[in-house]
Ligand binder design. Structure first.
Ligand code: DC
Length: 220
């Protein structure tokens, strides 16, 4: 059972969940955990060490030999260091986008990162975003949201960011892997963000949290 409140935000690539989760965490004064960044960080490590992301044994050895330090910055956003190195600047590289779903399908990688994710709510309430937060990392939380948008809208968002990212292929790989695939948790509230602003989605989530009687900071 989580020690603090966990608000789970899941959804496919480029659905807007990072922007929504960050904005929601700021409004509620919770910490924000970006689990995609953790899978991306491990992918960056494998790519930069010339380890084949599809070779589960080699990735396992690399992970075993690496010191992973996760924490929070002054703004309450999750951070990750690998052997003391900060991979943040490389997390959206084309090479990382191309291999992150392969890395994320390796059970050892998931077990290691999920343990870190579960430990990250021991000191404070968190908004955590990813693919399996409501279905596998914190299935007991009553606060689950699934942010969706049409493929066209999501592809246009990525294009605007100017990064190479085959989101349809990534979604397919993420939703068909055997271990904790991307699914809509049974009790998740689905928000279609195709025609909503970030504030619009955050507003809908807050409305839902109020209906569930979650105590919110004054003025919200
Ligand atoms: O949210 P994102 O696009 O930054 O995530 C990158 C990849 O990481 C995504 O394609 C699949 C993987 N991922 C995952 O398997 N489980 C999570 N909880 C978060 C991300």
């Amino acid at each position: 059972m989580a020690a603090h409140i966990v608000i789970a935000i899941d959804g496919p690539a480029a659905s807007g969940k990072s922007s929504v989760a960050r904005a929601l965490a700021r409004r509620l004064r919770y910490r924000y955990v970006n689990t995609g960044a953790m899978y991306r960080a491990v992918t960056w490590l494998a790519v930069s060490r010339h380890v084949d992301p599809k070779n589960a044994d080699a990735v396992h050895l690399l992970l075993d030999a690496t010191r992973i330090e996760c924490g929070f910055d002054a703004a309450g956003e999750s951070t990750i260091l690998l052997d003391g190195m900060d991979p943040t600047a490389h997390l959206s590289d084309g090479a990382v986008n191309a291999s992150v779903s392969s890395i994320a399908s390796i059970p050892d990688v998931r077990r290691t990162l999920v343990a870190i994710q579960r430990a990250s709510c021991t000191e404070s309430d968190v908004v955590m975003e990813g693919r399996d937060i409501g279905s596998a990392v914190f299935p007991e939380t009553p606060y689950k949201f699934y942010i969706d948008a049409t493929l066209e809208v999501r592809a246009a968002r990525r294009q605007k960011q100017g990064v190479a990212d085959k989101i349809e292929a990534r979604d397919k790989q993420d939703s068909t892997r055997p271990m904790s695939p991307l699914i809509i948790a049974e009790d998740a509230h689905v928000v279609d963000s195709s025609h909503l602003t970030i504030d619009g989605v955050v507003g809908e989530i807050i409305g839902r949290l109020k209906l569930k009687n979650l105590a919110l900071p004054e003025g919200i």
